[in-house]
Design a protein around this ligand. Structure first.
Ligand code: PHE
Length: 339
């Protein structure tokens, strides 16, 4: 009986060593240690042994079981490590798998336009400043010389968060905030988001981006404004571009102007982008109203300044022929990939 146990152990040791996979190893385990396995079978004969022999054989059987288990465990560890390794290698080296296309991130067309605007104006000595998107009545209207009953201050045009607090509808609010904190000369641009109570379509949105410009110093004139914006438009849209100023009204400037550039696409001849007019409207501008200067404590007898505000979405729309501004915010990779 003891000899038989030793034989079983040496057979099992050989089989375990020879098992080439964890599946084969499991088979060996069942074969020797399973409920109907060799060891269990052998122990069936225990009952027929003498009282002196029985404890000896029982003890040896337990040792044999323990050894088999140890051998199984060791082999199992080695095999699973190897199988894991093969799996990893196979994954890493399977050149027959279809490749995964790498999607490269790109700068958003609006970010590109903003970067370009900042580059041009900082080159002209302007500093880039920021202002809050949530504004008070005061900065939104009063300080900008709006009369108390102006329609822009109406709920039908602006998003009010609560009485006297609203989302800014233009970056002109940053003019006041900046001048309050500084003494002239002030030469800044303030790009940022604006919000208006508008229905969304291809060319309108409830949120959009503007860039505000402001230059206040002694002796600043309308000619400086025209020169600066003409230079900007030529850098932005091409050297042949013409800039047009037409009278317009904004409460915070006097005189006020509407700025347009000759259509960079048809060179002024008329096309779909400029709606056959030959001109693309860029925004508004003018000489800072004396009341606005007074509101921030500047002496309008000593200082003058110009201000302008332009919509940014139009610029990449013109440059890339984008016909629907909703594309800017839909986050569709097929659109964004093109820039
Ligand atoms: N804030 C004006 C608008 O949103 C544009 C503007 C800015 C006009 C500065 C004059 C001076 O239409």
């Amino acid at each position: 009986m003891l000899d038989h146990l030793d034989l079983l152990l040496s057979q099992a040791a050989r089989n375990i060593e020879a098992a080439a996979s964890t599946d084969a190893l499991r088979e060996a385990e069942v074969h020797y240690l399973g409920r109907k396995g060799e060891l269990t079978q052998a122990l069936r004969g225990l009952g027929s042994l003498s009282a002196e022999e029985r404890p000896l054989v029982g003890k040896r059987a337990n040792e044999v079981r323990a050894e088999m288990e140890a051998l199984l465990a060791a082999r199992k560890e080695a095999l699973s490590a190897r199988e894991e390794e093969t799996r990893r290698c196979r994954n890493a080296l399977d050149v027959t798998l279809p490749g995964k296309r790498l999607r490269h991130g790109r700068r958003h067309p609006l970010t590109r336009a903003l970067d370009e605007i900042k580059r041009i104006f900082t080159g002209l000595g302007f500093e880039v400043v920021q202002g809050p998107e949530i504004e008070t009545d005061y900065y939104g209207f009063q300080a900008l010389n709006y009369p108390p009953d102006h329609p822009a201050a109406d709920e039908a045009m602006s998003f009010f968060l609560k009485d006297g607090v609203l989302l800014r509808s233009q970056t002109s609010t940053v003019q006041v905030r900046t001048m309050e904190k500084r003494e002239p000369p002030v030469r800044i641009i303030a790009p940022g988001r604006c919000y208006r109570y508008e229905a969304v379509d291809a060319t309108h949105s409830h949120s959009f981006t503007q860039v505000e410009g402001l230059f206040v110093d002694e002796g600043v004139s309308m000619a400086d404004l025209k020169g600066t914006l003409t230079l900007f438009a030529r850098e932005m849209f091409g050297p042949g571009v013409q800039v047009r100023f037409r009278p317009d009204y904004f409460p915070f400037v006097e005189p006020g102007a509407e700025i347009a550039a000759s259509c960079a696409i048809c060179k002024g001849a008329g096309c779909r982008v400029c709606k056959m007019s030959g001109w693309l409207e860029l925004g508004g501008a003018g000489m800072v109203h004396p009341n606005v200067l007074r509101n921030v404590g500047y002496d309008p007898e000593k200082y003058t300044g110009y201000a302008f505000g332009m919509g940014i979405e139009r610029m990449p729309m013109i440059r890339y022929g984008i016909e629907d501004m909703r594309l800017f915010t839909e986050n569709d990779i097929r659109f964004l990939e093109q820039f």
